[in-house]
Design a protein around this ligand. Sequence first.
Ligand SMILES: C[S@@+](CC[C@H](N)C(=O)[O-])C[C@H]1O[C@@H](n2cnc3c(N)ncnc32)[C@H](O)[C@@H]1O
Length: 227
Amino acid sequence: MQADVTGRSVGGHGLGYNVKSVVMDKRDRFKAYYKSAGGAEGLPWHRDEPTRFLDAIIASRGKLGSAVDLGCGSGIDAVYLARAGWTVTALDFMPDALEMTRKLAEQAGVDLELVQADVMEWEPGREFDVVVDSGLLHNLSRDHISGYRANILKWLAAEGDFILAHWESRTDSDRLRGGARRVSRKQIIDLFAPELKEHQFERLEATGLPERVGPDLSVGFYHFRRR
Ligand SMILES: C[S@@+](CC[C@H](N)C(=O)[O-])C[C@H]1O[C@@H](n2cnc3c(N)ncnc32)[C@H](O)[C@@H]1O
């Protein structure tokens, strides 16, 4: 049976849950992650390097521009862009994330705009040359995916670059594992077509994960460009 990007069967029935309570659950889950992390390095998704493709993309664009980091977390990508001279907006709905990003920017001696908002409610009223989402979309509830797509298309400037990191499903059974939603590469490409075209893709295979999400995990890194 065919599945859409939500991982749910196309033409099938919804799960009948209350959307608002699902959103609240996700906020609570992130609140718990930040509360128990004791700092950026304690976050389960912590890394020191910018998201795959970001450095090459800003180098290849040849001139400075504007960027937004959706679900900025501790601010690795946002601060990387600001250090490169870009005008950066860092968005997250968790105040702890924005505080980590603020501190990292301060240490780096750069300025950026911090926005506390839900990605589904934010209305920037402007476009960005680069949009980064490293780990937000796969945490959104299914009902928000088409709205998220519409937002990306509204916010990404002509010839803009969109970088996405999203957990990937490679078999039918890995969709059933815990953690963020996993979908196939084709589902992601189809979600953003025809307006965005995949330019680069890489996957990272991780092993030795906690039982809840494990034993292995494939993360897809996508670079889309607006046609
Ligand atoms: C997996 S973390 C990734 C953080 C960062 N991008 C990174 O790669 O280190 C996902 C982040 O997205 C934020 N987030 C999740 N859903 C969100 C939403 N609906 N609106 C705004 N931020 C959201 C979470 O608070 C969290 O900081």
